[in-house]
Design a protein around this ligand. Structure first.
Ligand SMILES: CC(C)[C@H](C(=O)O)[C@@H](O)C(=O)O
Ligand code: SF4
Length: 471
């Protein structure tokens, strides 16, 4: 029977069916970070267990790491404690830690692909919801809780239920000034934040075929924001070209064998799906969120929706969003003042995101006005070094952006980068929940890096296509 990638990879990694109806799945790669791993290590230690396959686990520090002053001990004692615990636990168990001195540290979902750890046909987990990012390579990658981190450390397996698979197909060509981030926000706008619950999303069609790996990662990163724990793209030549030569990817001699395996796990031509949705790329606009959930978004030039546009079920949420954001139905976001601009995160903190921004701002006459704090936070030390070697740090600074060290930063504000009061932040991150960026009244508008760059330079929500004469 013709099968899709999800079912092929799931079956290959099934150890056995459990009496609960779940499956015991072998995990090819386990990534860990400082927030969700300490307790898991404590739990296995209490039981006198060891890490079963230490060479399948890799660690990084990302959430709590300051992006200005990384001198140890960190000023925040709780952050220092988490950092310390990760250093101790990885050393005691023989786990490779991409520490700040390694030159390879960064956001977990940026560094694993960068190092070639993320490969097609793998099962990948991490105590972090945006693990869906790695699905861009045609792997089954999903976030797990701390008790599952414990299970994987101790056994390299976990109990998982089989998901349904929805093929999300987008055909045609994206218009100029429309980015992968807009595609991600568009899908969530159409299917809702709960639309993907119980599903893995297979992203397919011309738009995904033509995307770079970085762009595929941006979309898969936000699968979870649409309720799908897994999002993936079938691997192809773009995937293989990206992997070739990376430190942990198969060596040149082994690449051909690897590629025949990777080709074999692609969805078959006539594979069956539990659901299929098809969209036209032409309908995708630059999207901006106006509310407190990632599906509360509009095309940048559109009016904000009326409460009457929503079902009775959703009305209270919409009302709550308007109250929190202090926006009014029917008005436009265009022209609203922005206090902070944040470019970074595991959604849009890769090299190509910053290169795109540089290509737009370098010839612009505009500079970040004094009223705006604009942060450039590379997703990894390698991305940061690459930007510096191209002289882009200087361009960013000349234009009035702060150029920081790598980490999650103001995506979640578990470090000192926080909004103040009810500031509005134009952000390339993936969540606009209440208080997400470190102030309980702070407001987040999610958008693409180009749109955030335009907001940074004008101090307002604007259409980046006009600011930068795109298209
Ligand atoms: C801290 C971590 C558990 C969390 C997640 O799971 O996603 C964080 O990365 C986030 O983005 O909210
Ligand atoms: S960058 Fe944001 S979304 Fe990604 S792992 Fe860090 S906190 Fe989570």
């Amino acid at each position: 029977m013709a099968k899709n990638l999800y079912n092929k990879v799931f079956e290959k990694h099934t150890v056995k069916k459990l009496s609960s109806g779940q499956y015991q799945l072998f995990m090819g790669l386990h990534m860990i970070h400082e927030v969700t791993s300490p307790q898991a290590f404590d739990m296995i230690e209490e039981r006198g267990l060891n890490v079963r396959y230490p060479h399948r686990t890799f660690a990084t520090v990302d959430h709590i790491i300051p992006t200005d002053n990384q001198a140890r001990p960190l000023r925040d004692t709780m952050a220092e404690e988490m950092f310390n615990a990760l250093e101790t636990n990885t050393a005691a168990n023989g786990i490779e830690f991409f520490n700040t001195a390694s030159g390879k540290q960064g956001i977990v979902h940026i560094i694993a692909p960068e190092q070639g750890l993320t490969q097609p046909g793998m099962t990948i987990c991490c105590g972090d919801s945006h693990t869906s990012t790695h699905g861009a390579f045609g792997s089954l990658a999903f976030g797990i809780g701390t008790s599952q981190v414990r299970d994987v450390l101790a056994t390299q397996t976990l109990a998982a239920a089989k998901l349904k698979v929805r093929r999300v197909e987008i055909n045609g060509t994206l218009r100029p000034g429309i980015y992968a981030k807009d595609v991600a926000l568009f899908i969530i706008n159409r299917l809702g934040v709960k639309g993907g619950v119980g599903f893995a999303y297979e992203y397919a069609g011309d738009v995904f075929d033509n995307m770079t790996m970085d762009e595929r990662m941006t979309v898969c990163n936000m699968a979870i924001e649409g309720g799908a724990r897994i999002g993936y793209v079938n691997p192809d030549q773009t995937t293989y070209d990206y992997l070739a030569g990376r430190p942990y990817a198969p060596s040149e001699e082994k690449m051909n064998d690897a590629i025949s395996y990777w080709d074999s796990i692609r969805s078959d031509e006539n594979a069956e799906y539990d659901d299929v949705v098809i969209y036209d790329a032409n309908n995708i606009e630059p999207f901006v969120t106006w509310g407190i959930a990632p599906d509360q978004s509009v095309a940048v030039n559109a009016c904000l929706p009326s409460e009457d546009d929503f079902s009775d079920n959703d009305k209270p949420l919409i009302k709550e969003a308007y109250e929190y954001m202090a926006f009014t139905p029917g008005e436009k976001l265009i022209g609203k003042d922005v206090d902070v601009a944040f470019i970074g995160s595991c959604t849009n903190g890769r090299l190509s995101d910053f290169e795109e921004v540089i290509s737009l701002i370098k010839d612009s006459e505009l500079k970040v006005p004094a009223s705006v704090k604009a942060l450039i936070v590379p997703g990894s030390q390698e991305v940061r070094q690459e930007l510096i070697s191209k002289g882009y740090d200087k361009i960013f600074e000349d234009k009035g952006f702060e150029f920081r060290e790598a980490g999650c930063s103001m995506c979640l504000a578990m470090n000192p980068d926080k909004l103040i009061g009810n500031q509005i932040c134009a952000s390339t991150s993936n969540r606009n929940f209440k208080g997400r960026q470190g102030s309980s009244t702070g407001r987040t508008l999610l958008m693409s890096p180009a749109m955030v760059a335009a907001a940074a330079l004008t101090g307002k929500v604007v259409d980046a296509r006009e600011t930068f004469s795109i298209g």
